[in-house]
Design a protein around this ligand. Structure first.
Ligand code: ATP
Ligand code: MG
Length: 559
């Protein structure tokens, strides 16, 4: 391979290459993915997971899964379990390195004692509001706490008593003694520990003081001997504090590296707001197929490979940008086009009777499972006198460009025969309920020996063999490209984000669908909804259409 053929190197890989060249970490690469278990993971987290595990994998290193469980009020075991499931599903393996920040609470406390003993931290009695109000701003320095000059002995005594539960929530905090006029606000005597009489999902009532993020995170990285601590750009301003803590303690000191987080248009990507959608029942749980959560994408029919390819394609940058959600959808189309078995399903059925086909006869016709993959083989599908086609594939008075079925017109039924519409049957209200057609027995397999051509090819299902199903088509959850533009994302919810066909008909091979995404010919990619398919009911979710039709949709709704 010459130089021009090399993969473009992202800036984090460049740092690792330089570190390896200088021997900085003895050629080790050890990263971590550190979610807070206060919600389900979303596609933004997937980006971070792929980056951290991917970088480790590419460099023969390791990546830990670590729960940043330092805030007992918002964290739950349900979230821990969902995160474990999602990271595994994406295809990553942390081996025996599943860690919890709460496992380090004792060590973190000892480190805090050390800081107090070194005169670099003090107990402060100001309230949260008072601390905020005396912090100053970008142009003005902050004010020193009236308690900054407490003696080391007094600080030690008070801190131990904080830990022992002698004070109420908010009565005292432990703060780092740095510099109240530091140009970086994060360095103005930040809080290290706060009092919180709350039960933790792992440590129970053992603790009533809990470490703040900046204190905890660097120590977690240090304890785990992380080499490259990769996080999103908003932590750039926190890096001096990350470094300060580790330097003062004189402990192992990883390098924090920031990258631009993933933003997608038409998508909300904040756990807090996603939780609001769930809590207020705007969606059917965290795994609603319209949610950008990993569990939602999975239920929608996304594959782990498509998400990994999407993340890889985006690369890593230092600049914030908004990615078009079409790129995510296209990554899925690209993956499924190669792999998804083709089947036929009619969303909105219209009955067709072939008047010259023998009544009661069934014949099996050969269908190709995947034209993109010869190894996928073939299957037989039944054909009979009574069939279903899509309502939208028939027009009584079709315009010129409509190449599907109309009175007197001939079309091809996929893998079957040419049929011609002879008569349209209506009910007493004038609704079309049945088409009477004739077929040409010489066109078996879909071509005419006399060389005559038809323009339209329709999918179909044999009525006596059909499997009943409910089919759900999803659209974007939000109508607005930037759903939270005006801070009111709920107002931008798309009222038509789920369209249900309750009377759909599928070919018999779908009676017991496997847990994979199928291509329903001409209709898109579908997966069985395991949650809704109960009591004999079969529900399919559309993962994505075959082509992008968003522009057409916007026109229809007058946007
Ligand atoms: P949210 O903002 O959705 O609440 P968070 O950052 O608070 O997310 P964490 O559980 O702290 O959630 O995130 C775990 C990791 O995932 C962090 O390293 C964080 O930087 C990363 N991450 C979160 N959102 C994104 C995103 N949109 N793009 C890339 N990485 C992200
Ligand atoms: Mg966070």
């Amino acid at each position: 391979m010459n130089d021009t053929q090399k993969e473009p190197v992202n800036f984090i890989q460049k740092i690792i290459d330089d570190d390896n060249a200088s021997g900085k970490w003895d050629n080790r690469v050890h990263t971590r993915f550190p979610p807070e278990p206060n919600g389900y993971l979303h596609i933004g987290h997937a980006k971070s997971i792929c980056l951290n595990f991917g970088i480790a994998e590419k460099n023969g290193g390791k990546c830990n899964l670590r729960f940043d469980d330092t805030n007992p009020v918002k964290e739950e075991d349900e979230y821990v379990q969902s995160i474990i499931k999602d990271v595994k599903w994406l295809g990553f393996d942390w081996e025996d390195r599943l860690f919890y920040a709460s496992d380090y609470f004792d060590q973190m406390y000892e480190f805090a004692i050390q800081l107090v003993q070194d005169g670099k931290a003090y107990v402060c009695d100001l309230s949260g509001d008072e601390i905020r109000n005396t912090r100053g701003n970008l142009t003005e320095p902050g004010k020193e706490s009236p308690h900054i000059n407490r003696s080391i002995e007094e600080n030690l005594d008070l801190f131990v008593r904080m830990k022992n539960g002698e004070f109420a929530n908010g009565e005292k905090v432990l703060r780092a003694k740095i510099d109240m006029s530091h140009p970086n606000l994060n360095m103005r005597d930040p809080v290290i520990y706060r009092i919180l009489h709350a039960s933790h999902h792992r440590t129970g009532d053992k603790w009533c003081i809990y470490p703040m993020y900046d204190w905890a995170h660097g120590l977690e990285d240090s304890i785990e001997k992380i080499t490259h601590s990769i996080c999103t750009l908003e932590f750039e301003d926190h890096r001096p504090l990350y470094d300060w803590y580790l330097e003062q303690l004189g402990v192992y000191h990883p390098q924090q590296i920031e990258f631009a987080r993933l933003n997608l248009n038409f998508t909300i990507m904040s756990k807090r707001k996603l939780k609001q959608l769930v809590d207020e029942n705007h969606v059917d749980g965290w795994d609603d197929p319209r949610m950008p959560s990993i569990s939602g994408l999975r239920r929608r029919g996304y594959t782990p490979e498509s998400i990994r390819n999407f993340a890889e394609d985006l690369g890593v940058t230092k600049r914030d940008s908004i990615i078009d959600v079409i790129r995510l959808e296209n990554a899925l189309r690209e993956d499924l086009n190669k792999r998804a078995p083709r089947v036929m399903g009619v969303l909105d059925p219209l009955k067709v009777v072939i008047t010259n086909y023998p009544e009661g006869k069934t014949e099996m016709l050969e269908a190709i499972n995947n034209p993109e993959d010869n190894s996928a083989g073939k299957r037989d599908i039944p054909f009979s006198q009574e069939l279903y086609i899509e309502q939208s594939d028939f027009m009584e008075d079709p315009p010129k460009k409509f190449f599907r079925l109309g009175p007197g017109r001939e079309v091809r039924l996929r893998y079957a025969y040419f049929i011609t519409c002879q008569e349209v049957i209506k009910d007493e209200n004038g609704n079309i309920v049945e088409l009477q057609c004739t077929y040409d027995p010489k066109t078996r397999g879909g071509s005419a020996p006399d060389g005559r051509k038809v323009k339209g090819t329709l999918h179909w299902v044999s009525s006596p063999h059909a499997v009943d199903a409910e089919i759900r088509l999803y659209d974007r959850l939000f109508l607005n490209e930037n759903p939270d533009e005006d801070g009111e994302f709920l107002k931008n919810l798309n009222p038509d984000s789920c369209k249900t066909f309750s009377n759909s008909k599928c070919e018999p091979s779908l009676a017991n669908p496997e847990n994979l995404t199928y291509q329903f010919e001409r209709n898109g990619y579908f997966i069985k909804d395991e949650k809704e398919s109960i009591n004999g009911k079969l529900v399919f979710n559309r993962a994505v259409s075959l082509r992008d039709s968003w522009k057409k949709f916007l026109k229809q709704v007058g946007k």
